[in-house]
Design a protein around this ligand. Sequence first.
Ligand code: HEM
Length: 495
Amino acid sequence: MSPLLVLVLGLLLPLLLLVLRGRTRREDEPPLIKGWIPFIGKALEFVKDAHKFLKEHKRKFGDVFTVQIAGKYMTFIMDPLLYPNIIKQGRQLDFHEFSNRVAPFAFGYPPVTSKFPGLREQIKRSFILLQGDNLTPLTESMMGNLMLVFRQDYLDQESSWKTAYMYKFCSSIMFEATFLTMYGKPASASRHSGMSVLEKDFIKFDNMFPLLVAQIPIWLLGRTKAIRQRLINYFLPHQMSCWSHSSEFIRTRFEMFEQYDTLRDFDKAAHHFAILWASLGNTVPATFWAMYYLVSHPEALQFVRQELEDVLRLSGVEFSRDQDVTLTPAHLEKLLYMESAIKESFRLCSSSMNIRVAQEDFSLRLDAERSAAVRKGDIIALYPQALHLDPEIYEDPETFRFDRYVQNGQKKTDFYKDGQKLKHYLMPFGSGATKCPGRFFAINEIKQFLSVILLYLDLELEEGQSKATLDLSRAGMGVMLPAKDVRFRYRLRPV
Ligand code: HEM
């Protein structure tokens, strides 16, 4: 964090202390942890240590406790057996109150209020276009774009070993292929010019994302405002209207925003930029971890590659150095072990805190016997990383086991805690009605990416590097990035 930021946060401290609410405790409230986290800078430190902090407090205070963070009361639910009950109480626990505060602040569009009648409902309806029957054209388009980028950047080279940075490699391919799939191509070319500049700006913005989620004003974050401005400008309507082959999802949203005179062109563009982040901010690190774990476990990589080759052979799919491979959603569905490896990397590297805001004072039902009083405005947080790393649910939880989610040739879905089967055993995508609408597409595109690299490339980690570790600065906010990029070697396979 820059010294200027530290200074300003220090000056803000007394002000923040003033706004901290004290309140008289009621008996039926969860235990309140003393030693609250007084201001945002501290809250960010808390984020980095969240896993350790929450584990310790669970040991001391049980499965439900409240922490005061930057003046807000946050009640953590640590027992995954309680999750179904909490998720059911969606009427009193709202996700959008939180997301409608955080997202406009981070992405620069005006909050979706009654100033834009019907907009919130239309935005919600647009999410259907990422799922169900709409998933097929999206997935097919992604396949074509992935091969386009991969062929031009990697396949048309000679076959000697080359070295690259893995995160950079995943990011450049997934960024452009996803961009083309969602937003389309320019009028007279198959690829947009300036994509690598856009990607670099995106990465700079993404690095600041945790600070924006913590509501630190963008003017305090160096050049972030100018970078965001450039990113948003890319999506101005006069520019987007020249692109062809965009997804139904983006086309529908484009037309939807055009209906609102109260939205400036810049606001519309900022909404499109928010979707760029939603579709890549987690997908790129998730792709990295799936690739990293496979490349660093050669026996798993070989098994997953064999499964893929078997599926393609049995379906009569042909491909070669000159002929692009095509994997349809039906092929992808058959890749059980690859899916398991992806889920396993989600388990190890995702930390998506599920945050809900209490809409009224009410009694939160925890299970048949217990409930806890919460007050209007309190935050209820589910912290799935605790369950992902719980040795009672996942034996040897720190270890990557690529086949953890397969049993007897089927998807394994039964995981237990206290002898009871868990309804929610893996939660990278949130929960309930607001669960990530892009989750099916995300899994498909990661499978497609892995398929392409496993079929066309031999892959090895470069020797002499330490294991990749997690950058904890976005713990609780989605899939974590690696603390440091990893070097690997690749060469074209004889196909
Ligand atoms: C590995 C990849 C991804 C992960 C881990 C992920 C995770 C999440 C999470 C945790 C949420 C919040 C849900 C909640 O708290 O209830 C979310 C929301 C969302 N995601 Fe994803 N996501 C991924 C990929 C995608 C993709 C590819 C798209 C679009 C193409 C997408 C679009 C969205 C949207 C639009 C929302 C907001 C939903 C709302 O406001 O109700 N996501 N995602």
